[in-house]
Every structure is written in C-alpha cells, then in structure tokens.
Design a protein around this ligand. Structure first.
Ligand code: HEM
Length: 217
C-alpha cells in the first residue's frame, strides 16, 4: 500500500506552519548577494565559519542524542558536516583557519540556544536538526550550485554541500518525514517542536543579518 499524507501528518503541519518563516530565510540579503556571486571568497568564508560553530554544537548534540530512542533515528551519521566544514575552511583560509574565525553575535545566540535545549530535550534537538539538515538537502543544493558557479569553486571549499554518503536526498527526506510522522509526540510536544523550529529560523536570519552587515559596509 502506498502511504498518503493527511492533514494529521505532523511533517505536513510542520512544513505548513513554518512556511512563512522559511520564505523570510530565503529572502535574506546576505544569501541574495552570496548566490548572485557578488561577494568575494572571504565574504563566503564568513558563512562557512558560522556553519562551523553551528554544526559543532548540533553534531555534538546528535552524538548525545544517539542514546535516546526517539531522537536517535533522526541523527544519521551520514549527515555529519563538521569534517567537511573544517576542510572547506582550511582551503579557504589556510592552515591557521581555526584562529581566524569568529562567531558573530547571532551565531553565539544560536549555539547558546542549542546548547541549552538540544542535549536533553529530544523534540528541541529534532527541531534544530530538521531546520538545518532538511534545509541543506533542499535549498542547500541550489545555494551550493550558485556558490560553485559564482566563486569558481569545484570540490575544495564547497564540500559542505555534498552529501556523498547519504544516497538519494529525496528518499532520505521522505524517510525523515516518516520519522516525524511516527514519533510518539502528543500535540503539546509537537507544538513545542514547531515553536523551536520558528526560533531556529529566526536565529538563522540573525546570522544572515550579521553577515549582511559585515559584507556590505
Ligand atoms: C536561497 C535560499 C533557499 C531556497 C531557494 C530554499 C528552497 C527550498 C525548497 C525548494 C524546499 C522544498 C524541498 C522539498 O519539498 O523537498 C525547501 C525546504 C526546506 N528548507 Fe529551504 N531554501 C532556502 C533557504 C533555507 C534556509 C536558510 C533554511 C534554514 C536554515 C531552510 C530550511 C528548509 C527546511 C527545514 C526545509 C524542509 C521543509 C519541509 O519539507 O518540511 N531553507 N527549501
């Protein structure tokens, strides 16, 4: 039997109720300049650096959550981005990249929020996990293509956008949505998860606003 979505499906409600927040993230000024190829490589590296700080916390939360029966299936190891981000930064900034990167205020708030919520609250962890990785596996491909074209990059510097170990991204997202639909969350927990996704979008927008200021002054 083929699975069909109904209004009861949590994955569908989550997508619907965060659609507006998604559109505002898509319209961020920094992303528009980045994908139009209007920045230089240093301007692009600023985003890679923020991603490094963000995934450092998210992926250590994933490690902790692999012990949780509900959160563990979401935390697929094939998603792991931190080694790719380190390689991209080494290529873009050189071997001393770790001393040359700095979290913006928005990034510091983002990582503080994840540190406070994602290590002991499976629903909050899934909210942050969903916002980043399902985005990376959707619009992220478009962003990666635009960066490759706009900054004359091929593999080095843009490894973050390649999920070689994952298999077909469409099938992965279908399985991910099935996990969202099957998770044993009551309505109150689902609502809390949706609220946390809205917070995650807001934090992503704050990071983009910081980067817009840094690259347009
Ligand atoms: C230029 C920027 C962006 C474009 C063009 C874009 C485009 C898209 C598209 C076309 C989808 C639907 C894919 C599908 O149904 O399989 C999608 C889904 C998604 N995007 Fe984006 N996106 C962008 C930026 C972002 C940002 C900045 C975030 C968050 C940090 C994000 C998070 C998500 C999430 C979580 C989903 C999954 C929604 C769901 O199906 O539940 N996107 N994006």
């Amino acid at each position: 039997m083929t699975a069909t979505h109904t209004d009861q499906d949590f994955s569908l409600r989550l997508r619907k109720e965060t659609g507006r927040a998604h559109r505002s993230a898509e319209g961020a000024g920094y992303l528009a300049s980045l994908t139009a190829g209007e920045l230089d490589r240093e301007g692009y590296a600023l985003l890679v650096a923020q991603h490094y700080f963000i995934y450092e916390v998210l992926e250590s939360a994933a490690e902790a959550m692999r012990a949780d029966p509900v959160a563990a299936p979401f935390a697929a190891r094939e998603l792991t981005r931190l080694p790719e981000l380190a390689a991209d930064l080494a290529f873009l900034l050189g071997p001393d990249w770790r001393d040359r990167i700095e979290a913006t205020p928005g990034t510091r708030d983002y990582t503080a929020r994840m540190t406070a919520t994602c290590f002991d609250d499976p629903a909050a962890f899934v909210a942050h996990h969903y916002t980043r990785y399902l985005g990376d596996l959707s619009g992220g491909f478009y962003i990666g293509d635009a960066i490759r074209a706009g900054y004359d990059l091929d593999v080095d510097g843009v490894r973050f956008y390649r999920f070689d170990a994952l298999g077909d991204p469409g099938e992965f997202k279908t399985r991910y949505r099935a996990l969202l639909d099957a998770a044993p969350w009551d309505r109150a927990v689902q609502d809390r998860l949706i609220d946390e996704v809205l917070i995650a979008y807001d934090l992503n927008n704050r990071v983009f606003a910081d980067l817009h200021r840094l690259t347009s002054s």
